[in-house]
Design a protein around this ligand. Sequence first.
Ligand code: SF4
Ligand code: ZN
Length: 308
Amino acid sequence: MARCKFCGLNRAEVYLDYARLSLCPSCFTSFYENKVRKIVSKYKMVRDGDRLAIAVSGGKDSSVLLYVFRKLFPNLSITGIHINLGISEYSDYCEEIIRDFAKRLNVELIIVNIKEEYGFKIEDFKNTFYRRKLCAPCGVVKRYILNKIAFERGFTKLATGHNLDDLVAFLLNHYIHGDVDQIVRIKPVLPGSKIGFVTKIKPLCEITEMENIFYAEYNQIPYRVEECPLSSGPTVETRREILELLIRKNPSFRHIFFKSHLKRILPALKVESSVMLDKCRNCGMPSSSKTCSFCKLVSKIALKSVSN
Ligand code: SF4
Ligand code: ZN
């Protein structure tokens, strides 16, 4: 490979096709950190006095986020929140990775074990309508618990490690299904509300998955390499392949698509998405209907055990 485009001294190890940049590990690390700093400032993601919670799963994106935020914002109050989903040995393996890493970074960590706190585990949804497609209920459970913990404990922002590839894949999926309510939620900052939603931020929203992998490698960031045994395989894989094909044809596809979404589509959709929120009659958290999605989900497991 060529010499690094920035320092001109070291051999380049990373090629960023969307920017036509060849960089050495050290210049790539600075480039990456500058990029995170710019995203945070452009979207006004954090301010003095914020108490930030970062959702950490043990995967690369959230571990990178925890590390880079600790490094770039040493005075910011940061706490990790990890949910142990009770997925056999896999969840314990993820918890162990993140426990060790948070200790190494000297970051406070909150661990929620859903079996102990809520009395069920993700695999219990196998006996419901979802059968083997468990990512859907798992997503609802994670979003609900992360928001609830962050809200109840007074965090001002909740950050997640979603990268550009994730967001573009979600968008494609929601566009295919015409899911406007979900489309309007995909943005760098999703404002909270006093009735129970904490503001959500996505500081890696303009960073590709590959950039996270390189950054993790060059900074010895540990993350799980095992795939979740419940991952809903083929559909996710097919979407990923389609996305890869589009990127091969146009390396800037993800950046252009996300930018158009923010600048052109979202402003046009604003009126369409005014969902009225009430309080869930069961748990008291915000909900667009009498019972929130989480409580509806959990009642499916409860009903199943009653009928068995
Ligand atoms: Fe949950 Fe699916 Fe992720 Fe496994 S792959 S942790 S089931 S969302
Ligand atoms: Zn509820």
